[in-house]
Design a protein around this ligand. Structure first.
Ligand code: HC1
Ligand code: SF4
Length: 570
């Protein structure tokens, strides 16, 4: 322990703590911008400076250690002046067009500037040129970048992807695509973690809201929208809705008056994915048991982009099952269109996802198996949906709950946990157990694969076969796992990978809470929904049973292969 004073108040913190830790322990409000615990402690923004008695110069509190006997002042006149000047310098290189910024109201720079009472600043604004391809699902606007380096660090250390770096163009130093390359030419997985870790509006998803408004306004078009599992953990954040208030039924009620014709549940197609992928696993099992590579999940397009560029030798062992989003799209424009008597060419199929990579996935030329048109026509992130609801002045607090449309509205507990790391694995094991033994699995018998650890392993007995499984979330963890698989250091039968830490609950398209990691709490909410679900196993879903009976036949049938599988994934 070290003991020091912060603004005259004595605090003790563990040795090795920073001055910032001590300030927080003393409840002193020290602003930060670039700081991210254990990821980015570089002290570059210099708004966290404090005065330490006996030091001539102010020190950055985030990367200097607290020392016994130190006397720290967090809000002296000297500190206030310095913070103000540092902020003004940052603002002079920032496009302060807050009114048209997606992060307005949720921007740390705006908050610090407002808190310091900066209503004007002396320096001339000098912005770098704006250049970014408009078609790319992820957008960087360097006129808003404050060079905090958070995106660089998250992409390097958490996602092992190295897309961003400091680049030097003429007189300006910028954070931009590494090596000065075009974003199309680097292996960006589109996980969107740089967006959710950006303190300002320099990074965002491509906004596709107007495409949806156009479809809603077209009288010839039937709009069908699917809602992903993990959306239900976060969509109400802007309105401060708690978990039990931000139910998916309430989101359905919010979307109906906007004019969507049918609202369906991606949990249904998560169950469908399990039926296909579980069957595929049993087919793949002899290969892994004989020493071959495991089968890898395929539902996360961020992971699929990563494995294709980093581990091409593993691509043949990625499941051919399409993601639930894409399976739903294919079913909507075939079975559902037939059921409703609709021309599939006149359906607009939208999905609401916690994900930026899904905006790339739906557009792949391999994802048009139902009628030749894209199976999914547009993807909105949770943040875009929040903006739509706000634009439509939907009073979400006043809404009751409404059910999904039928058939395709029922999802099971297995479908809902897809949104959390380990959930796809657990869902698949439940159904594989049933397929092999003919018996329902005991409740929670596969819960060993739950939790936030980045690389989890477990072994289960499947009717006498030892099934070795692993789960990774966060691409640096996936990278380590793949490396070990290729080197023969580990052997598994089935591996789940989700690109975002914690799975889709921590997705790059989720609402942003700067500096907070919410995947753990959101994942718990999904497991809570699983626990109280009427059906907990995908094979029990009555809509799934019906879909196979009426349309698909059985898992891996010719029709299922045609609509629901691909060996390309892009
Ligand atoms: Fe996901 Fe999935 S779990 S990938 O995170 O397999 O995005 O929620 O919808 O498709 O179901 C995302 C979430 C989502 C798919 C499912
Ligand atoms: Fe998208 Fe989920 Fe994959 Fe993240 S983990 S890239 S949110 S599918």
């Amino acid at each position: 322990q070290v003991t020091l004073t912060v603004d005259g108040r004595e605090v003790s913190v563990p040795a090795g703590s920073t001055i910032l830790d001590a300030c927080r322990e003393a409840d002193a409000d020290v602003p930060t911008l670039c700081y991210l615990r254990e990821l980015n402690e570089i002290g570059s923004c210099r708004v966290c400076v404090v005065e330490v008695k006996g030091f001539d110069r102010l020190v950055a509190s985030c990367n200097n250690l607290a020392v016994d006997g130190m006397e720290v002042l967090t809000n002296s006149p000297k500190v206030r002046m310095a913070r103000r000047t540092n902020m003004e310098l940052l603002l002079s290189q920032h496009d302060v067009a807050c009114t048209t910024c997606v992060r307005s109201g949720n921007c740390s720079l705006q908050e610090v500037a407002n808190d310091l009472g900066i209503v004007d600043f002396e320096y001339d604004t000098d912005l770098p040129p704006k250049r970014w391809p408009r078609d790319f699902p992820l957008i960087r606007n360097n006129q808003k970048c404050i060079k905090c380096m958070r995106c660089v660090q998250v992409c390097d250390k958490v996602q092992a992807s190295h897309v961003w770096d400091i680049t030097n163009r003429a007189t300006h130093t910028l954070v931009d695509v590494a090596g000065g390359r075009d974003i199309h030419d680097v292996d960006c997985t589109l996980c969107g973690q740089c967006i959710t870790h950006c303190p300002v509006g320099a990074l965002r998803e491509r906004d596709d809201v107007m495409t949806v408004y156009d479809a809603l306004a077209d009288p010839d078009v039937t709009t069908i929208v699917q809602i992903a599992p993990s959306v239900r953990t976060a969509w109400g954040d802007h309105w401060g809705l708690k978990g039990d208030e931000a139910t998916v039924g309430r989101l359905v009620a919010a979307l109906r008056p906007m004019g969507f014709d049918y609202i369906v549940n991606t949990d249904f197609s998560a169950d469908l994915t399990i039926m296909e992928e579980g069957s595929e696993l049993l087919r793949h099992l002899p290969k892994s048991q004989a020493g071959g590579y495991p089968m890898f999940t395929s539902c996360c397009p961020g992971w699929v982009r990563f494995v294709k560029s980093h581990y091409p030798e593993l691509v043949d062992d990625v499941s051919t099952s399409k993601s639930p989003q894409q399976m739903f799209g294919a079913i909507v424009k075939s079975y559902y269109a037939e059921y409703l008597g609709l021309d599939p060419h006149k359906i607009f199929s939208l999905s609401i996802m916690p994900c930026v990579a899904k905006k790339a996935e739906y557009a792949y030329p391999t994802m048009r198996d139902a009628c030749g048109d894209p199976d999914v026509d547009c993807v909105l992130t949770v943040r875009e949906v929040e903006r739509m609801l706000r634009a439509d002045h939907v009073d979400v607090r006043a809404l009751g709950e409404e059910p999904f449309d039928e058939p395709l509205g029922i999802g099971t507990g297995a479908g809902v946990i897809f949104g959390a790391t380990g959930g796809v694995m657990e869902a698949a094991l439940r159904t594989a157990h049933y397929l092999v033994t003919g018996k329902a699995p005991a409740a929670d018998m596969f819960s060993d694969v739950r939790g936030l650890r980045g690389w989890k392993e477990a072994t289960f007995d499947l009717a006498g076969t030892k099934l070795r499984v692993a789960v990774a979330s966060g691409l640096a963890n996936a990278d380590a796992l793949c490396k070990a698989v290729v080197a023969g250091e580990v052997s598994y039968d089935f591996v789940e990978v989700m690109a975002c830490p914690g799975g889709c609950v921590g997705g790059g398209g989720q609402p942003i809470h700067d500096g907070e990691e919410l995947a753990g709490a959101r994942g718990k909410a999904l497991y809570g929904l699983d626990r109280v679900s009427k059906y907990r196993n995908s094979y029990e879903n009555p809509d799934i049973v019906r879909c196979y009976q009426e349309y698909l036949g059985e898992p891996l049938s010719e029709r299922a292969e045609e609509l629901l599988h691909t060996d390309q994934h892009g």
